[in-house]
Design a protein around this ligand. Sequence first.
Ligand SMILES: [Fe+2]
Length: 291
Amino acid sequence: MPEFPIYDAFDIPDMTMTPYAAPFSCNWIQVLDAIVDPVHTAFLHQSQFSDGFGELGEIEFYERDKIRFLGTATRRVGDNIWVRVNELILPNFTQAGAAFAADGTRQRFFGRSAFTRWVVPVDDEHCIAYAWGNFGERGDPHEWNTPEGMQLIEQGELIDRSYEQKQESPGDVEAVEGMGAISDHEKEYLVSGDRGVAMYRRQIRKLCRHLQNGKVLPQPADLVNGPGRAIPTHGSDTVLPMPIRDDENDSELLRGCNDKVMSIIFAADHLEGAHRDQTIIEQLKSIVSNV
Ligand SMILES: [Fe+2]
């Protein structure tokens, strides 16, 4: 049994964690695909969460430490630039940004993921997302899972909806289940926005082959030096005031902002807890004062 991974998300000050479980009638890989696909949010989540999601923005992907995959979407919302980071740690740990706390209109510095989640296969055609909903200043503002109905909402979407409601306003569940119980990868046409999907699937395949050959696989707990240390996670939203400039192409400005934000976040990976968050937040704020 591998060492139990301790994630920083288990202990963020002023954050309330509420557990939930959400069933999916499809292969677990389809649920993972959505995490490293920043493009679907523009088409699926604009009407559910906020207008800011409707911008496609600039997207970027990162593969780090053999088992960590990140997809970012950097969008312009008025005079602001919004950098949203989703994270997948193999085999099945996921974080997305907030569903309701960030819409790109208000400044936010390393607002933490509102969902800490494990996608657990039941069989080839079913899986369950076991998760913590994170609430408070730094996650989502309201507790949307009530004590009577812990399973009501998954990543900001109602689970119990009628067929008509699902047709009218499809969410992640319809997107991932709609491909069939096991989607046929041979019928896919992967494009540039699917680079994250291709990257992590390739690595899962490689690690499966290693496992078959009796090799020891990298574990989430290996991401930190020494037992008991918290694994830093990156799922987050940062919104910086950065108006359009006359002298710079806006998509280049967005890309530059994404690079800056991500290098600040990555540079603090060796720090822990509130100290890491504080360091990241201060440096993000210094980008703003330099502007
Ligand atoms: Fe989604």
